[in-house]
Design a protein around this ligand. Structure first.
Ligand code: HEM
Length: 521
């Protein structure tokens, strides 16, 4: 009887064991897979962290394993401040991600950017192919040679100087008009400085900025801000792809999100500009870029010097780069220059006096020769607030020795130019805004030295140095002659002027309010 009664129990037990075995097999397999993948990931991470010579480069502990902190600072736009803190803590070489090193040592920056370097730019996903992004040196050299004449000192002086002078005038008129329409008699200089820079670039590209430019038609700042929005979108995309995808659907509810997540809207803006470039190609043909060149109808390309062939589309992409580079860096440099001078009454008086002694119509060379404090102020603004990219990333196909460190192939090496310009080993009292340092005997004013390179250096340095120095000199002299007695508006504070790092530099408030004296408007 007992045997009989025990039988069903034994049967049930066996079934349960079978069932447990049946259920646990996939779980066990999954667990094994997870453990294998986790181990592989761990080994990979440990290998990235400690398996290469990068392990010797100092930096925060997390940078050995992940770039998430770097990406976060990219998203919030304070990479500049974070990198500054990192350099202060760890020195001129800092590992900021498993495969990225930030540098500000003059010798290393020279090696990475100087002529004959093995380091290259890299075109990032989604980036248009243009003179700025292309990485292959031979193709870049050919294209650069083509544009170099348009941006040469002779060409700028011969063809564009009067137009830049006109644009300075339009700037002053617009600021005065804004002030006279404002109950507080104020105007936003950030907007007009950005538009001014954009229009000067427009002048070089199309030659009709005084009538067709964005200042002449009192355009908006959004029209000229490309780099910063593209950076914001790319930073989000890399930081959190799901957020990037989902947030687009919230734009109807929170319209301000469009700046970050309306990727199609901004690319449409880019596209419009490229199309505008194509529409303008005939004007360009009559003026600067394709002067005297044959257009081959068969393949739709211009035949250019040195056998270079470029389509209108190629040129349109480059034009977008020139216009983008024209507005944001110039706008930022000028805004911080004006902000700094307006806070220092003695310096401002010296600059106004020098500018007032110039005879109209003056040239940039006269400004350089006759206004040493003003010229020193421009150099100092370029040193401390030069609006070019805050980080210049490069990659080398082979291992490279930078200072005491061996950098493995394909590591991203980012030069932090602003930190180079604040290096206490080569600059006396580096944080101090001191135009007179440029007036000291023996102080070089060369713009591409090891310790001072606001425009970078080597083959990939800024193509527009002569244009930039011409426009800065004419602008600053005109500004302090024509707008005396300005004061900073109540919205301007150290907090509002904190640097926002979005590819280029900008004040976090994206504004610089100034109040004009009533009688001068
Ligand atoms: C204050 C004004 C400016 C500053 C500080 C500045 C700075 C720079 C820097 C640092 C680079 C190197 C970027 C890199 O290595 O990735 C650069 C490249 C470049 N800049 Fe400027 N820039 C200014 C204005 C302009 C203007 C007005 C234009 C054109 C109208 C321009 C056109 C370019 C182009 C085309 C390149 C790429 C050159 C190449 O890769 O061959 N820049 N600039």
């Amino acid at each position: 009887m007992e045997q009989v009664s025990a039988y069903p129990f034994v049967k049930t037990l066996k079934r349960r064991q079978l069932e447990i075995g049946f259920v646990s097999l996939p779980v066990t397999i999954s667990l094994v897979i997870v453990v294998i993948l986790a181990t592989r990931l761990l080994v990979k991470k440990l290998n990235e962290a400690y398996g290469s010579t990068l392990r010797h480069v100092p930096g925060p502990w997390h940078a050995k394993f992940t770039d998430i902190v770097l990406r976060y600072h990219n998203v919030v736009g304070d990479k500049y401040h974070w990198l500054t803190a990192m350099h202060k803590k760890y020195g001129p070489y800092v590992r900021i991600a498993p495969d990225e090193v930030a540098i500000c040592d003059p010798a290393a920056v020279k090696k990475v950017h100087g002529l004959g370097t093995d380091f290259r730019k890299r075109r990032l996903p989604g980036q248009a192919l243009n003179i700025f992004s292309m990485s292959e040196p031979r193709a870049h050299r050919a294209r650069q040679r083509f544009y170099v004449n348009a941006f040469s000192n002779d060409k700028i002086k011969a063809s564009h100087l009067p137009a830049v002078r006109d644009l300075c005038r339009i700037f002053i008129d617009n600021v005065r008009e804004d002030a006279s329409n404002s109950p507080t008699h104020s105007a936003d200089l950030y907007k007009w400085c950005m538009l001014f820079g954009y229009d000067v670039a427009w002048e070089v590209v199309y030659g009709n900025a005084a009538t067709r430019g964005v200042m002449a038609r009192r355009g908006t700042i959004d029209e000229v801000m490309m780099g910063c929005y593209i950076q914001l979108q790319n930073a989000w995309l890399r930081f959190s792809y799901p957020t990037f995808v989902i947030a687009r659907f919230l734009i109807p509810v929170i319209p301000s999100l469009r700046y970050t997540f309306d990727v199609f809207g901004w690319y449409q803006h880019y596209k419009d500009l490229a199309e505008e470039g194509e529409r303008q190609s005939k004007i360009a043909a009559r003026t600067t870029f394709v002067q005297g060149a044959q257009f081959d109808e068969k393949d739709g390309k211009y035949q250019l010097e040195g056998g270079l062939r470029m389509s209108q589309y190629d040129i349109a992409h480059d034009i977008t780069t020139f216009l983008g580079a024209g507005g944001e860096p110039i706008g930022a440099t000028l805004v911080y220059l004006i902000y700094t001078v307006l806070r220092d009454p003695t310096l401002r008086k010296e600059i106004e006096d020098e500018a007032n002694r110039l005879q109209e119509p003056f040239t940039d060379v006269q400004v350089e020769e006759q206004c040493p404090v003003l010229d020193g102020t421009i150099y100092e603004a370029l040193r401390l607030f030069g609006g070019g990219l805050t980080c210049l990333p490069r990659w080398a196909p082979t291992a490279q020795q930078l200072g005491p460190y061996t950098i493995p192939p394909e590591t991203c090496v980012s030069s932090h130019i602003h930190q180079l310009h604040r290096n206490p080993a080569v600059w006396e009292d580096p944080e101090r805004f001191d135009p007179r340092r440029w007036m000291k005997p023996g102080q070089s004013k060369a713009l591409q030295t090891d310790k001072f390179q606001p425009f970078s250096s080597g083959a990939r340095g800024c193509i527009a140095i002569h244009l930039v120095m011409t426009e800065l000199r004419l602008f600053v002299a005109t500004f302090f002659r024509e707008l005396p007695g300005l004061s900073l508006g109540p919205s301007v504070t150290e907090k509002s002027m904190r640097i926002l790092d979005r590819l280029h530099f900008a004040p976090v408030s994206k504004s610089l309010e100034v109040v004009l004296p009533e009688s001068k408007s």
